[in-house]
Design a protein around this ligand. Sequence first.
Ligand code: SAH
Length: 221
Amino acid sequence: MRINVVTIFPEYFASPLAASLVGRAQVDGLLDIVLHDLRQHGKGTHRQVDDAPFGGGAGMVMMIEPLADALDPLESSHRVLLAPAGKPLEQGTLDRWAALDELTLVCGRYEGIDERVAEHLIDEEVSIGDYVLLGGEVAALAIIEGVTRLLPGVVGNPESVMSESFRDGLLEEPHYTRPAEFRGWVVPEVLLSGDHGKVDEWRAEQREKRTRERRPDLIED
Ligand code: SAH
């Protein structure tokens, strides 16, 4: 799979993309990440990419021309704009994207992007939550991680990807490891029983209970 990232801060990505399974996936040829420096399409000697908003007001707006120049060659990919006003990102969104050959993530900065970009040059707008970041780069990284772990061959045990939170509309059960007791805090006894049937039953109960307590919105009654 190929993921393009359009950004004015390509250097922002160096360390996170080199680390861990995302780094490994690239070395193994499962994933190709291409950073597109929007500045290279900037206007004039200062390579300007932003301008004052029509109608006045605070902040600067990213201009359509540099973005069009960057996005036109990527027209055949699925182009996603990161925006607080976009559709909330969900596991299902990542599942859908992980099946694509090519995905393009467009990172905004400043006040945001000339709306005509979203109207004409983008396939989908997504938000990673109801809060405002400085730019789309962290959102792009979140998506890259979420998509990468779904690519065949990236996570050693494919079952672990399929049994995670949000898969069946539930949160995952809690996990414990050694020691069985720490400062008097003990792990649930059933997990030490060796009875796999009982353990499975307990886990299913926990998924249900946690979801009801913490995220009742996930359960459609
Ligand atoms: N003025 C805008 C916020 C701009 S923040 C508003 O009020 O909606 C600058 C850039 O950061 C955005 O263009 C977007 O690309 C990115 N960004 C900020 N918060 C985000 C979020 N929750 N999800 C996705 N992208 C976000």
